[in-house]
Design a protein around this ligand. Structure first.
Ligand code: MN
Ligand code: MN
Length: 462
């Protein structure tokens, strides 16, 4: 080797495709991990379902529901279910909480079409549900795709009825119609954000009239079906949380099956990585905490979002059990804000700065900062934190890449990172790169999913 080549080797930072770095043995693990993830995804289409499934998996390996004041010792595994919509799991460390906790935080809510509180109406002898979209969607992507209905109806008597229609192969599904191209000359002149309007996202749910001669016969027929199946009346929609989500099963993508297409990778792909990591964990040195948060897609608001005190209350409770002040624990804690980043898409190179964008199959994506414009709205992790991860991941053979969200001034976004940093916890964004983020069917690479699991596990075990 010439001296010149030698210098290149030692001075350049050269990223490699993950498949050039792992052996056949690990490739098998990559593909096996993806099978478990796909099963999780097909059982968890909403935050409520994700929480339910996660609790089932946690209880199988010995996690117990946390009761404030309960005595905890090293190796104990507990979870806190926050109103059925977010979940905190912890494995107690051998060191006290005064040494801090290792936290991984992902979110389990995804963009979707929520029903309005008075959703049902009839027009031209067809029945519809009106919706109000949740999170950042491109509305044109949500018409003419099969939809499932999920959620709950809370009754005055305190009962809560679970609804899940469209997932079973025998179930009906639902759809929002679009204009035929023959009559769409005016629509096609509009911008993509105006071609389909928010008030146009009305879900078609029936067409057979009730056998009488009154008004709104199709609406009445639908209500009578719902009354037969669920015992509900129109008024019960007032206290319902119903949502339409894409009716797509998770599928392998590509001849080589190297990718997964599914609804809601953002951010259940990181939620699953964290969950698997904490379920597989033996007694860690520092207490490990896994957060599956709600409401990230609308700003982490509400009692189940990361701005809620629910997390602090849980942490304060377990700290109190050891006579440790919460603030002492937080200042020594470390948090991986485990959320997806965008993967470079060669179909749209103009929005990216290729040198600093995550690439499919290049491993777990670490974002030092997110935000918009001049890094507005990001917590911007310290160089020391990135250096810590470089060492941790090198020692644990985690393939990873540093990335940012698009070109400067192209757009932007945020995660729960800043809300964790506000608590005086060192925090950095780390997650799986995604193609078509926020679309009804998103794509991730199996290798990146596996590396994110390995990355979170390495942090928990450090
Ligand atoms: Mn996200
Ligand atoms: Mn998102």
């Amino acid at each position: 080797m010439s001296k010149e080549q030698d210098w290149r080797e030692s001075l350049f930072y050269e990223q490699k495709n993950g498949y050039d770095l792992i052996d056949a043995e690990e490739t098998k693990l990559v593909y096996a991990y993806a099978e478990g993830y796909k099963r999780f995804m097909d059982a968890a289409r909403t935050e409520r379902e994700a929480v339910r499934v996660s609790i089932e998996l946690a209880e199988e390996v010995g996690f117990k529901e946390y009761i404030p004041g309960m005595a905890l010792s090293a190796g104990d595994k507990v979870y806190l279910n926050n109103r059925g919509k977010s979940l905190i799991l912890a494995v107690m460390g051998s060191e006290p909480l005064s040494e801090g906790a290792v936290i991984a935080g992902a979110h389990v809510d995804s963009p979707r079409l929520d029903f309005k509180q008075l959703p049902l109406y009839e027009d031209t002898e067809m029945a519809y549900f009106k919706t109000h979209y949740y999170g950042g969607i491109k509305k044109y992507q949500w018409v003419t795709i099969p939809l499932e209905l999920h959620g709950v109806v809370a009754l005055k008597n305190g009962d809560v009825i679970d609804v899940c229609i469209g997932q079973d192969p025998d179930d009906p599904q639902f759809v929002i119609t679009d204009l035929l191209p023959h009559l769409a000359a005016d629509q096609m002149k509009k911008t993509m954000s105006e071609g389909i309007k928010g008030e146009g996202l009305n879900i078609l749910i029936g067409s057979v009239p009730y056998a009488d001669d009154g008004k709104d016969r199709v609406k009445l027929a639908i209500l009578s079906l719902l009354h037969d199946d669920y015992g509900i009346t129109e008024e019960d929609f007032l206290s319902a949380e119903l949502t339409a989500v894409p009716a797509f099963q998770s599928r392998d993508i590509g001849f080589d099956r190297s990718m997964i297409g599914a609804y809601g990778h953002d951010d259940r792909v990181c939620a699953y990585a964290e969950l698997r990591a904490i379920l597989d964990l033996k007694t860690p040195r520092r207490t490990a905490v896994c957060i599956l948060a709600d409401k990230e897609e609308i700003g982490s608001e509400g009692v189940t979002g990361m701005q809620s005190k629910a997390f602090d209350t849980f942490m304060e409770d377990i700290c109190e059990g050891q006579g440790v002040a919460l603030r002492r624990c937080y200042e020594k804690s470390f948090c991986l804000s485990s959320d997806v980043c965008n993967a470079f898409d060669p179909n749209y190179p103009e929005v990216s700065e290729k040198r600093n964008e995550a690439k499919i199959n290049y491993g777990m994506g670490i974002c030092k900062y997110t935000g918009a414009r001049g890094k507005s709205g990001t917590s911007d992790a310290s160089a020391e934190i990135v250096a810590y991860l470089r060492k941790l991941f090198a020692e644990n053979n985690v393939i990873w890449q540093l990335c940012e969200l698009g070109k400067v001034d192209q757009g932007g976004g945020g995660t729960i990172a800043k809300f964790m940093a506000e608590r005086n916890i060192d925090t950095i964004d780390a997650g799986v790169p995604v193609l078509s983020m926020h679309a009804p069917f998103e794509v991730v690479s199996k290798l990146d999913c596996w590396m994110t699991y390995k990355g979170v596990l390495a942090a928990y075990q450090d």
